[in-house]
Ligand binder design. Structure first.
Ligand code: ACM
Length: 554
């Protein structure tokens, strides 16, 4: 009995003094110091940074003020050696441009990096060393951390077309990405259900294209049999009368970002070392555009509407005509987009273009003949190549969904593989850069539990599947594998109508994603990740983030 008590006491006392370090994504190397050593942040702690306007110093100052109500002084000239958080750019070459080292002891916490990005990543780790409850002393364990990312592209997407999210929330979303050391935000700005970016030359895109008159009720194809009647085409996929007649809620939905707002968001992201990749969809997912400028469709006399029902399966959705008029229009749109976004990459969509519209359009057929195109897949390729040439002429590179492989890949395109990995594998073999976002693992709008509390897309991508996803397919050679630029989580908003639901779908799958993309492969460990998540959830409580409490049950 005495032995048991002794063992129990030992475990308890070990627990009391052990240094808990729970960081997501898991760093490359962590050494914890003596248990008695700790750095304490208080009102007198100074942040020392070469530059008083350093993004990292300001971010840290703002974070500690926001969540702990302590305003630390940023003092580039401080000569203090104690009670300081020092951010230092060093010229000593680290292994990776984004690498940082974080050393913390009784007197100081120092973050070293050889780039601003690296410093910022160090700050994100430091934030996770601070206790996640307000009532505690702000005590940081003694650690020595060395860390750098595994992949160069660590992306997260947000669809703001199916449901619109305002600037304040988009900024919050960017902060979530920053906390997870993600470096690309893929902003899905246009689709059938709403055009969300002001284009000065074509005001109708937002006057008309940013608004729809309702959204279908419930899971696609929606409930009921009233209101909207869509044309059912002969010889298409089988559409039951129920599918063809849909009920919407009749509530006008929409919104858009002015160019000034877009600039504000780009600047906000840049201060967090996140590049925003805008997506302008073509030649499909363009009903909002066509509602505003019907002359660019394959049926110029048709009255197009901003779509109210989700999905492409039904093939209600028209595509753009591959005419000179359309290309001129798209070039003008892309010029404004490229002038706004400093990103070297522009996403031009390219997915799910139903070929039936080009098949039945005499003008499309003429365009194909004039350009020696044998079939509609080649027309799709012609479309993307022509746009690529224009984007390349402005010094930028296109990214497209994997369908841009159809009919031949544009010479410099980056491929985003969503229909499994096949497209990504093919593109890597053709020596094109690839971003992996296979829907079955990486679409966070899918259900995360077998039985969800609220409506989600009708597919299942649980946390463990996300965590176990490996972006580099085994069938690629080492040489080909180098074309796997990284991976991305995608969040489509058909069934996501408000910010709390975005959070619910995003967390903690974003945590799993960040670990796949940042941490060394050999460090992946699901039970350990789940242990670290418990601390992360407390931080989410502090930050007012919604997540499923079911994760706390085991
Ligand atoms: C997609 O999910 N259609 C890219």
């Amino acid at each position: 009995m005495r032995k048991i008590i002794l063992l129990f006491l030992t475990i308890i006392s070990f627990k009391l003094i052990a240094q808990e370090v729970n960081i997501i994504p898991q760093p490359v190397s962590i050494k914890t110091g003596k248990n008695t050593e700790k750095f304490i942040i208080d009102q007198n702690t100074e942040i020392i940074s070469n530059d008083s306007l350093s993004n990292s110093a300001l971010f840290l100052q703002n974070y500690i003020q926001k969540y702990y109500n302590i305003k630390l002084r940023i003092n580039p000239n401080s000569t203090n050696e104690k009670n300081i958080i020092k951010l230092e750019i060093i010229s000593r070459l680290l292994k990776n441009l984004n690498e940082y080292e974080l050393i913390s002891n009784n007197n100081q916490t120092i973050v070293y990096a050889c780039s601003e990005n690296g410093l910022f990543y160090g700050i994100q780790t430091l934030i996770q060393l601070i206790p996640e409850t307000k009532s505690h002393l702000l005590q940081i364990p003694a650690v020595e951390i060395t860390d750098y990312p595994r992949f160069d592209y660590r992306g997260m997407h947000l669809d703001v077309s199916r449901h619109f999210f305002d600037v304040a929330f988009v900024k919050q979303y960017i902060d979530y990405l920053a906390l997870h050391k993600m470096n690309y935000f893929h902003w899905h700005l246009t689709d059938d259900h709403g055009w969300r970016i002001e284009i000065k030359k074509y005001p109708k895109l937002t006057e008309i294209g940013a608004w729809r008159n309702g959204s279908i009720i419930g899971l696609w194809p929606g409930k009921g049999n009233e209101n909207i009647k869509y044309q059912v085409l002969p010889n298409e996929v089988k559409i039951t009368p129920k599918d063809a007649v849909l009920q919407t809620d009749g509530i006008k939905h929409g919104g858009f970002y002015t160019q000034e707002q877009i600039k504000e968001v780009i600047d906000y992201a840049a201060k967090r070392y996140i590049t925003i990749i805008p997506e302008i969809e073509m030649p499909a997912h363009s009903m909002a555009l066509l509602a505003a400028y019907p002359e660019l469709g394959t049926e110029p006399n048709k009255k197009y509407e901003v779509a109210q029902t989700w999905g492409m399966m039904n093939k209600y959705n028209n595509v753009l005509q591959a005419s000179d008029t359309t290309f001129k229009f798209l070039e003008n749109v892309l010029t404004e987009v490229m002038d706004l976004f400093p990103s070297p990459y522009i996403h031009i969509g390219g997915d799910e273009a139903s070929k039936i519209w080009w098949k039945k359009s005499a003008i499309s057929q003429e365009i194909m003949k004039a350009n020696g195109l044998k079939n509609e897949s080649e027309l799709q390729s012609y479309f993307i190549r022509r746009i690529e040439k224009f984007v390349n002429s402005k010094g930028k590179t296109i990214i497209g969904w994997n369908e841009i492989l159809q009919g031949g890949l544009a010479p410099n395109a980056v491929v985003m593989s969503w229909q499994g990995e096949k497209g990504g594998i093919e593109a890597a073999k053709q020596q094109h850069k690839v971003i992996m976002t296979p829907e079955i693992k990486m679409y966070f709008n899918h259900a995360q539990f077998v039985k969800e509390d609220s409506l989600t897309a009708n597919k299942f991508s649980p946390l463990i599947d996300v965590y176990n996803y490996e972006p580099v397919p085994t069938e690629l050679t080492a040489e080909q594998a180098q074309y796997i630029w990284g991976g991305q989580g995608s969040l489509w908003s058909e069934y996501i109508t408000n910010p709390a639901k975005v959070q619910y779908q995003l967390f903690p799958r974003l945590d799993a994603l960040s670990e796949i993309l940042w941490s060394p492969k050999e460090k992946r460990n699901y039970p350990d990740f789940k242990k670290r998540l418990k601390t992360q959830f407390k931080r989410y409580d502090l930050m007012g983030i919604t997540y499923s409490k079911r994760y706390l049950e085991n």
